[in-house]
Design a protein around this ligand. Sequence first.
Ligand SMILES: [Zn+2]
Length: 265
Amino acid sequence: MWIDTHCHLDACEFAGEAEAVAARAAEQRVSWIVIPAIERANFSTVATLAAGLDNCVYALGIHPIFVPQAKEEDLAVLRTAVQAAMDDPRFVAIGEIGLDFFVPSLRDEALREKQEHFYSEQLKIARDFDLPVLLHVRRSQDIILKYLRRINVRKGIAHAFNGSFQQAEEFLTRSFKLGFGGAMTFTRALQIRRLAAELPAEGLVLETDAPDIAPAWRHPQRNAPEELPSIGQVLADLRGISVDDAARLTSGNAYSALPRLASLS
Ligand SMILES: [Zn+2]
């Protein structure tokens, strides 16, 4: 079995097809798909989607790219939604949250500060409810880590990991897992492939980030969670292990990063 730890199945690219997409993934032994929220407006969308699909769970959070239009009150709405979702076994994490200092429009001083505010307040919600976080980390590894230390959040996944070995070690020291997906399938992605090949086995989870980050053989088409086993094969080849071992390893790691998913299975 495989676990897609990051897939935006509610994205407009999948409109009207989410059920078929999830079913095709299930046929490829993708037993779980984690659907993160991105803004207040889609909290109920991801919850409803996961409730209707056998192999889907969800997270709640405000994505850094949606922070510019977010309102301060959205944080209180999130806290209330999380409180209510604690009774829902399909709810597994806070996410997608983080910092994006790559997108030019998000880099001015005021927006950097607003992003840090939303990130740290959402970490506090994760801490208060003892939930893992799904992190979006772009040109922001060190500040992401600084807040994890300060607020003392000790569980989660740094999705689409693209940092240094030293930064990877810091996440692993905090019991975080690192998400690898389509980017690893491009032979020119030397650093990501080296990380996937050499990092300690207990630190790795797989993801598609569908509809984005399509693997090399599908690029530039829409990505989908049914690609996860082929992405897992690339990880197996990079590490010199069998594809079954890659499936077992990454699923076990996903369960340890997402305890509520583990208890659901
Ligand atoms: Zn995402």
